[in-house]
Structures are given as C-alpha cells and as structure tokens.
Design a binder for this molecule. Structure first.
Ligand SMILES: NC(=O)c1ccc[n+]([C@@H]2O[C@H](COP(=O)([O-])OP(=O)(O)OC[C@H]3O[C@@H](n4cnc5c(N)ncnc54)[C@H](OP(=O)(O)O)[C@@H]3O)[C@@H](O)[C@H]2O)c1
Length: 347
C-alpha cells in the first residue's frame, strides 16, 4: 500500500489508517482483532485511537478501544509492524470521568493521559500523540462560521502544551505529535512556536474531511502542504452516510446513525440532497459509492492518510478496494459540479 511521510518525521503512514472508535461499543474485542488482522495483512500500518474511545463516549467504555488494541498487540506480538496514533482530550466538562471533568492540555493532565494510554496500549512509546481538540473555546464540531469566545482566565498557554510534549518526546514516550479539530490559526501558532525552538513540530492535522465536508480545503490545505503538516482525514464516509444507506428515511438495523440518532452531523435535508447526488454519480459510473468517496479523499494532495472505520469485515474489505480505484476526469468533474451546488452541507 502507498505510504506517505508523516510531517517532517521519519515515519511513513499507509494512505489508509484504521480507525478504532467502534471497538468496545459497536464491535467486540474479537471483531476488533479480526479488523486489525485483515488491515495489517493488506498493508495498513497505522491505527488511530484515543483515550476517550469507544464512542459514543461514556464512563464504562473510556479507554476500551486502546485496551483492545493493546491486547491485540500483545497477542500478535506485532508492535514493530504497526504505528499507533492516539489522542488526549481537550477541556471536557461533559466527561466527569476523565480527570474529574477538568481535563486541560497542561503538563499534569497530558502526563497523566500519556501514562494511561501507554498502559492500556501495552507499549513504551506512542508513535503519534494528538491533541483531540484545542484548549481554547472553539466551534469545531458541526459549524463552519467563527464565533469568538474569550479564553478562560487560567487557560493553558500553547507554550506549556508544547513544552510538555517536547519533554515526553525526549523521554522516548512519544515519537511525534499532531493536532486534531484544529483551525489554520491554531495550526500556524503551534508550528511557529516549534520553529522558534519551543517544542516539537506538529506533524499532522486530524480533521473531518469527506465529500460532505471539504472545509479543510478553504485554508488548512495550504498549511498542510506548505508546512508539511498533512491531513489525517476522519469520517471520510461521513460516518457511513455517504454509502447512501440512510437515504429516503432508511434506518438500517445496527448502523451507527440508527443506533445513535443524537449524532446529527451528517443528517438533515442538505446532507440528504448532497448524498443522493454523490450516490447517483457513483451509480452512473458503475462505482460503489463508498469506494468513490474514499478514492476521492485518498487522491487529495494535502492528505497523509484517510482514517476509515468499519463495523464488519465485509465493509473493511469493500473500503480497502478504494485503493485500486483511480477516479476518471469525468467522475472528478461530476464531483466538482455537485460540490458547487452542495457546498459544505455538513461542516
Ligand atoms: N479526531 C476526531 O475528532 C475524530 C472524530 C471521528 C472519528 N475519528 C477517527 O476516525 C475514524 C473513522 O471515523 P468514522 O468511523 O466516522 O469513519 P467513516 O469511514 O466515515 O464511517 C465508518 C462507518 O461507516 C459505516 N460503513 C463503513 N463502510 C461501510 C460500507 N462499505 N457499507 C456500509 N456502511 C459502511 C460503518 O458504520 P455502521 O456499520 O455503524 O453503519 C463504519 O463504522 C474513527 O475510528 C476515529 O479513529 C476522529
């Protein structure tokens, strides 16, 4: 499988990264093991997780996805063949079970989070450690516009966050660091501080990116390319919605948006119209809609790796098939035409 360099590090990531957030909730440990076995066999060399997973987040499953990965690494003895990317939560008062609901990106909390992840993952080092969302108040989930809110008076300075990450890199506990749910301002600030010698350089930006949400292109794509800080695209199938399986009010049994209707990011009339158009386009060209959607994401020049999710081996097999798909100019033109009409329906 094609690999792309992670930032300015010496790590190379397969263009498909396996997401893990269903393991421990929608998927059992055995199902997670089977997905990792298959992905590794097909050349995937990176798994993305987070201290917060499984999702939807709840106290009982906090850290469960990391535990499943740790158990698998131990059972297969394959730590040297896989890169592990995980994340520390930003401020999360809605999760009282994570550091008493007072989590911050400060020294004490990051050090505690790293120790917890290392233990659950049964490893001595984390290959990519990402800030799951910024410490400052942000409207990064589901909104396109910018509403300014002042920082908390005792907000952690980015300099402190970067300094502790630097110390953890020096201690060998982290190999590289990255951002998630970030904006151009945040990314450039962190990169500038690193260039000034205040800590490690952020190697990647894990943000949503799919046919339903191309907002990364507006400003961050330039940052990704010029700064060698590429996109790790999450939800490239818009949580499964781009397969078309929820169109016309369908509610497939066991599927994420049926099970968890509170997840509205990829629902609603604007999403529905855009999805219908993309699914039609795929069908007109004899393509599988999921493979077309993934092939589009993988072919973007600012992408390092697309983080795919699956709840069955059949889905995973199907989606890995996107690697063999080169979209024709006709299909790419069709996608642009739809994007002009349905722009950012699901930011
Ligand atoms: N940084 C962040 O804030 C953030 C946020 C979200 C995700 N992530 C990361 O990104 C990873 C992937 O996210 P995601 O799971 O939302 O990605 P996704 O690829 O958009 O959605 C995956 C889901 O779509 C459905 N699906 C996949 N292939 C299918 C197929 N061929 N046919 C029908 N349904 C199919 C499955 O759910 P059902 O079977 O339930 O329908 C699957 O779990 C996560 O595991 C996590 O590592 C990060």
């Amino acid at each position: 499988m094609e690999q792309r360099r992670l930032g300015r590090t010496d790590l190379n990531l397969s263009v498909i990264c396996l997401g893990s957030m269903t393991w421990g909730e929608q998927n059992t440990q055995d199902e997670g093991f089977a997905q990792m076995d298959l992905a590794l066999d097909r050349g995937v060399n990176v798994i993305d997780t987070a201290e917060m997973y499984a999702v939807p987040p709840r106290a009982e499953t906090y850290g469960r996805s990391e535990e499943i990965i740790g158990n698998w690494l131990q059972a297969r003895g394959c730590r040297d063949k896989v890169l592990i990317a995980t994340k520390v939560v930003g401020p999360a008062s809605r999760f009282p079970y994570i550091r008493d609901g007072k989590s911050r990106l400060n020294r004490r909390h990051i050090e505690a989070a790293v120790e917890g992840s290392l233990k659950r993952l049964k490893t001595d080092t984390l290959d990519l450690y990402q800030l799951h969302w910024p410490e400052r108040p942000m409207n990064v989930f589901g909104e396109l516009g910018y509403r300014h809110q002042d920082d908390a008076p005792d907000a952690t300075a980015m300099e402190e966050t970067l300094a502790v990450l630097g110390d953890l890199v020096k201690a060998g506990k982290l190999r590289s660091v990255g951002l998630s749910n970030e904006t151009p301002w945040g990314a450039m600030r962190f990169l500038g501080l690193a260039d000034a010698g205040l800590g490690p350089r952020m190697a990647s930006i894990q943000n949503p990116y799919s046919l339903l949400n191309r907002s990364f292109e507006a400003r961050l794509a330039e940052v990704a390319i010029r700064e060698d800080c590429g996109l790790l695209a999450y939800a490239p199938l818009a949580a499964g919605a781009l397969t078309g399986k929820y169109l016309n009010g369908q509610q497939p049994a066991g599927a994420r948006l049926t099970l968890f209707p509170q997840n509205t990011r990829y629902r609603g009339p604007r999403a529905e119209a855009a999805i219908a158009a993309y699914v039609d386009l795929a069908r007109q060209h004899g393509l599988d809609p999921a493979q077309m959607a993934l092939a589009y994401v993988i072919s973007r020049p600012f992408l390092t790796s697309a983080i795919i999710g699956a709840t069955s081996l059949a889905q995973l097999e199907n989606n890995l098939g996107a690697l063999d798909l080169v979209l024709s100019d006709e299909v790419l033109d069709g996608i642009e035409e739809i994007h002009k009409v349905h722009t950012y329906p699901c930011p």
